[in-house]
Design a protein around this ligand. Structure first.
Ligand code: SF4
Ligand code: SF4
Length: 150
């Protein structure tokens, strides 16, 4: 049984209240980036944690405290959430510093079935900036743009 940790973008899971429902649904269903695991094996979610927020150009190592919170518990793979792969300008630096500290930790660049990244970015921009008259929530966007698990 693969032991999995998920790292999410805090712009989605903190600022705009995504409860990671689609990540967790696709994990249960072995869809999206969880298709890589044998279907007959249940997956063991060890933990899920959000990024600590902007590391500035000076400190990409800031992510390591969050990774440590999961990696201390014998992970087979650390999944970066889809939102993180679609939004984060620090992705490459994060991968580099994580590999340096945890050379044996497998990183998987995604969680649920991906959707169009540009459309997703436009949606997140709207959630963060709220420029239209009727404010949207992350649940509106999740329901409108992501494929919900059955
Ligand atoms: S990848 Fe999608 S479902 Fe998962 S935390 Fe990010 S926005 Fe939410
Ligand atoms: S640093 Fe990247 S993952 Fe963290 S909140 Fe900012 S965009 Fe999201």
């Amino acid at each position: 049984m693969a032991r999995i940790g998920i790292l999410t973008c805090s712009n989605c899971t903190q600022e705009t209240n995504c409860a990671s429902v689609v990540c967790l649904g696709d994990m249960r269903k072995h869809r999206g980036f969880f298709e890589r695991y044998p279907k007959e094996e249940p997956l063991d979610l060890i933990g899920i944690i959000n990024c600590a927020g902007c590391p500035t150009i000076a400190a990409p190592e800031k992510i390591l405290r969050r990774v440590e919170a999961l990696a201390d518990f014998r992970l087979d793979a650390l999944h970066f959430s889809f939102c993180m792969t679609a939004l984060c300008p620090f992705l490459k630096q994060y991968q580099k510093v994580i590999t340096l500290k945890y050379p044996d930790l497998e990183m998987v660049m995604g969680t649920h079935k991906p959707v169009d990244k540009e459309e997703f970015q436009r949606g997140v921009k709207e959630l963060l900036c709220q420029t239209i008259s009727k404010p949207q929530t992350m649940n509106d966007m999740v329901k409108n743009t992501l494929e919900l698990p059955d």
